[in-house]
Structures are given as C-alpha cells and as structure tokens.
Design a protein around this ligand. Structure first.
Ligand SMILES: [Zn+2]
Length: 306
C-alpha cells in the first residue's frame, strides 16, 4: 500500500482567527481515512528532527534561536506565526516527516506526506509561514548520506520557491524547478534552475499544457535519483492567496501527470502538500487530499499491471 506520513505533532494551536490554516493537517489525515482513500496502517510517524539535522541546511544560530525562543521579533514577524514550544515541536517534526517521506519513496517508489513544502525558508531566516525548509533539509541529508546523487525539486505551489532556490543556488546536485504565479508573494524571486512564471488567472488548459511542455524534458535532462514534489493547492481557483484558476479536475490531472511522468522514468517520488488557503478547513483539507488520491490511483494502476 502507498506509504503516507503523518504525526499528531503536525498540528499545534494558533490564536483564534489566525490566517494560517493549522487544523488542516489533522483534518486531512482524518478525511483520508473517513473517505476511504487510506487506512490507518498506511501511515508512518516521523520522530522529532534534531538540531544537527536541521542545521545541515540552516544557519546554526537561527536554528538555535528558534528552538530556544530567543528569536527576535522581526524574524518572527517575517515568518507570520507566533512562537511557542508547540510550534517548535511541530516544525521539527514536519521537517523530519519530509525526510521520512523521501526515505519511503526511495524504498517503495512513491510516498506522500500530509504536511511539508515550506519553501520560503532561507538558510538564515524564515518567511511566509515557513520556518525551516523541509524539502531542502531532506534533499541535503540524503545527498550527504550518499543515498542519492541528484535530486529534482518540482515546486508547483502557486508561490515561487525562493528559499529552496537560494539554498541550492550553484549546487549541481539539486535542480530546482518552480512554476508559479508571477504577480504573487514573494516580490523578490531569486532564480531557480528553471522558473516558469504564469500570469494571473491561468486555468487548467494553459497550466497543464505548460507543465507538459517542461516536465518530460526536465526528467530526461536532470536524470534525478529522487523527485521531491511540492503539490501546493493554492493554484486552485477558490484559494484565498493564489490568483490562478485551476479546478478540482485540473488539480487532480496535474498531480497524476507529475507522478505518472516520474514513474514512467523510474524515478522515486516523494510528495509534500505545500500551500493552500481557505476559511473552510474541511474543504481545504480535501483539496490537499488530491495528491493522495492521485498517488493512490497511480499506485493501484501499477500494482494491477504487475
Ligand atoms: Zn504557496
């Protein structure tokens, strides 16, 4: 069965009415079970990430200041989440969860986290609800271990993957690909290895055509040992922060396309959920479940053809 990753530590309380939809991670896990996408036995639970693990990418002074709560107010304001012990545990566990998802993908070919994709975290600072860059820490850890030689990051969150781009700038072992809405956060977009900016209002047809133009070439050119796929759902037409116009079907087709392409090239694929913003947390969580539904369908198709 398709390996999935979740920890109860993924959810920690935020002040009432906070813009960040923290409950979505727990709701997502529950919906996957309640609506028959997954069973309890498919879930793997990560440990809490250590200081050394996170400092393999991030400035040790920044990591220490976040761990012990001495991080300054400006840095916290830029992140946009109030500091708490629970937030520290949540963040450390989510980073470890993405590494676990990658390890499961390397063993089983495909795996999905129920969190992750904090791509606005840079080496020495966080922004846009992102504290540590789980994608970068997971990739760096596997490269340092020698488990992989090349990693391709496919970042289809509606926002540019600026933190991932700066962390891996000049590192030939990691290819960063970001397809995003151009007129959206962050204002400054440092170069990824491939950036594909889209205009506001782009819908299913143009979006999928553009993706299909780039992805096969990229997989052949990079020949990665692992793909980490950020399946942000803030490209959806009902997203509060997105400005693109994908439908439910467009989102499903996107996710299935990415996974099928990677699979047809024999590349292990680890999926993280990325961003998504909606006041209705159940509707939002179910939108995030698109990646788990698409991955399950590809997994079952593959199983039935063996
Ligand atoms: Zn986003």
């Amino acid at each position: 069965m398709l390996p999935l990753v979740y920890s109860p530590a993924y959810v920690t309380p935020l002040p009432d009415g906070h813009r960040f939809p923290m409950p979505k991670f727990g709701i997502l896990r529950d919906l996957l079970i309640e609506r028959g996408v997954a069973s309890e036995t498919q879930f793997h639970c990560p440990e809490i990430g250590s200081f050394e693990f996170i400092a393999s990418v991030h400035d040790p002074a920044y990591v220490r200041s976040f761990f012990d709560g001495t991080i300054d107010r400006d840095a916290i304001r830029k992140i946009g989440l109030p500091w708490s012990e629970g937030l520290v545990t949540r963040t450390r566990t989510a980073v470890a969860g993405t590494l676990l998802t990658c390890e499961l993908a390397l063993t089983h070919g495909l795996a999905c986290n129920t969190a992750g994709g904090t791509h606005h975290a840079h080496r020495g600072w966080g922004s846009g609800f992102c504290i540590f860059n789980d994608i970068a820490v997971a990739a760096r850890t596997l490269l340092d271990r020698g488990s992989v030689g090349h990693v391709l990051i496919i970042d289809l969150d509606v926002h540019h993957g600026d933190g991932t781009a700066t962390i891996f700038y000049g590192d030939d072992r990691v290819f960063t690909f970001s397809m995003h809405c151009d007129k959206n956060f962050p204002a400054r977009k440092p170069p990824s290895d491939l950036d594909v900016p889209l205009d506001k209002g782009v819908g299913d047809g143009e979006y999928l055509d553009t993706l299909r133009k780039h992805l096969p070439r990229l997989l052949e050119r990079v020949e990665p040992d692992l793909v980490i796929y950020d399946a942000g759902v803030d490209v959806h037409r009902d997203d509060r922060l997105g400005y693109l116009a994908l439908t439910d079907n467009g989102l499903y087709d996107r996710d299935k396309d990415v996974i099928e392409q990677c699979r047809s090239h024999g590349i292990p694929t680890a999926c993280v959920i990325g961003g998504g913003y909606d006041k209705d947390h159940t509707r939002l969580a179910w939108r995030h479940a698109t990646i788990h539904r698409a991955a399950t369908d590809v997994w079952q198709q593959a199983a039935s053809t063996v």
